[in-house]
Design a protein around this ligand. Structure first.
Ligand code: DX5
Ligand code: ZN
Length: 226
């Protein structure tokens, strides 16, 4: 596993009236996390490929697009065309995972698969060899500010074991209810990309919140080696 801990602020929790400033306020992060919600796969609607183009103009960071949609096979090209650097689709909704991963790679982008808290880690077995990143949901997707589900630690341990058995090292992103308070523990359990929505954008100093999460995450990285 990489020794770095990457931080991905989720702009779902940002102030959209001041989107440009909000993006700049987290320029010390590693990714911008962009949550696409369709009101069908999840009970909320957020933004689509049009706003992604705007976000790409407002940041130099790579944008990590998390598609929470019922029809990723039909819409994923729109997000590639709009500039997604990392494109994540949910295993629960995709029809042809390998085909989608292939097309994402042919466009020179990174491919990731997400699983909901209720999805077995073993369902990644057939696709894990082809992924740049796995996104483990630690809440049921749909909203920022939800409470972290404790069973996620078990999901992370199982994913670490699955990656080991396949001799692969995808990035492991954790999303939902992450803050400096649990960053060390999720990293110790196997995560190395931490999404922060409310923990970053509800904080008085966003850049400081990013650093706090990173520092706690690095502490978790050291705990792994013990
Ligand atoms: C939840 C989204 C998350 C969300 C995280 O459905 O996928 O990325 O923005 O927000 P927090 O960190 O506040 O739980
Ligand atoms: Zn997300």
């Amino acid at each position: 596993m990489t020794k770095n801990v990457r931080i991905a602020p989720s702009i779902l929790a940002a102030d959209f009236l001041r989107l440009g400033e909000e993006l700049q306020s987290v320029s010390n992060a590693d990714f911008i996390h962009y949550d696409v919600m369709d009101g069908d796969f999840v009970p909320n609607i957020s933004f689509g490929p049009g706003i992604l183009r705007t976000v790409k103009r407002g940041t130099d960071l790579p944008v990590d697009v998390h598609m929470m949609v019922s029809n990723p096979d039909e819409v994923f090209r729109d997000y590639l065309n709009a500039g997604a650097d990392v494109l994540t689709f949910h295993l629960e909704t995709c029809k042809h995972a390998h085909r989608m991963v292939d097309e994402i790679h042919k466009q020179g982008r990174k491919a990731a698969v997400a699983i909901n808290p209720g999805t077995a880690v073993s369902s990644l077995d057939a696709i894990i060899d082809y992924l740049d990143m796995v996104l483990v949901m630690s809440v049921n997707p749909g909203f920022s500010g939800q409470q972290f589900i404790e069973h996620t630690y078990t999901q992370l341990y199982k994913l670490t074991a699955l990656c080991k058995s396949h001799s692969v090292r995808p990035l492991v992103e954790i999303d939902g209810g992450i803050s400096a308070a649990n960053a060390a523990r999720v990293v110790a359990a196997g995560a190395n990309v931490l999404v922060g929505g409310s923990a970053v954008f509800d904080a008085p100093d966003h850049a400081q919140a990013v650093e706090n999460m990173r520092n706690e995450g690095m502490r978790g990285m050291e705990m792994r080696d013990l």
